[in-house]
Design a protein around this ligand. Sequence first.
Ligand code: AMP
Ligand code: TRP
Length: 329
Amino acid sequence: MRVFSGVQPSGDMHIGNYLGAFKQFVKLQYEADCVYCVVDMHSITLPKDPAELRQYILDIAAWYIACGLDTKGSILFAQSDVGAHAELAWVLTCSSYTGELSRMTQFKAKGKGAESVPAGIFTYPVLMAADILVYDTDVVPVGEDQRQHIELARDLAIRVNNRFGGGVFVVPEGRYVTEGARIMALDDPTVKMSKSAENEYSRISLLDDEGKIRKALSRATTDSDGEIRYDEEKKPGVSNLLNIYSVFSGKSIEELEKQYAGQGYGTFKNDLADLTIETLTPLREKYLEIRHSDELVGILLDGAERANAIAEKVLARVYDKFGLGVRKR
Ligand code: AMP
Ligand code: TRP
């Protein structure tokens, strides 16, 4: 089984990214052949500062490794270092329709009310389909918000297969993360924890020190009834904290409710802060070590070479079906 997924390069990774993405990816390395990508080409749909972008690529790569990815077994690389992504994206663009791309909710959200939208935002899902299809991917672990993009990748694979009587693409499946999939903001548990929120106490960043973690958790929004009980509707703040506690500790929510029956929010938050610090400290140490080591670029280049070997074969098959080029690939 081949697994592929990608994360955009950006700064300030938080516990939502860890629990909803990196941790899930790392878990899969023991059961599948994993290809993980820092999707830098996706991140230039809006202009990015070039120096910053290059740093962010290395940041994300270091987080994958700090979270436990073994890059000898799995492949880790930067998207733009493997040319086949962009090449296949063009072929797939020519198999897509403006109608289906216009229906993408992310495109609609970003283009709302605008007369003109950067074309990269419009074709973003086609590049994502190329990322997936160019590795004969079976399974794509992603958040629920990516469902529509995965459906497009499947539609394109099936469409091209039908045109050529089958055998061009493997039709991928999404595996939608459930555990840790929606870590909510600490100051407003009705919205997802996000790096772009203005209030820095709305999130716990993976690089936060002890003081910041304690402060963010002690300030976290709860409610006035004082009971540690899971109820997303009536007690969204406490429920979010219970969820975070549960994924960090491996204990079920019911177990935690029992453990904290009759206790106040203060103790509960304090224990959660201890647990968070205990979990994040080794991650942060590993991150700082790998991020500043000379090896990191080499790991990504080695990953790109191994990724390229797979992608070139798939691309050769596609070019052959479409009748593109005269060079023997
Ligand atoms: P982003 O930082 O939004 O580009 O997301 C990077 C990865 O982290 C994606 O796989 C997201 O699904 C995941 N992610 C982002 N925010 C959260 C959150 N609050 N809870 C769970 N997963 C998240
Ligand atoms: N669009 C994804 C996101 O915003 C990132 C991504 C790009 C991706 N290409 C991918 C995820 C291929 C999975 C597979 O999170």
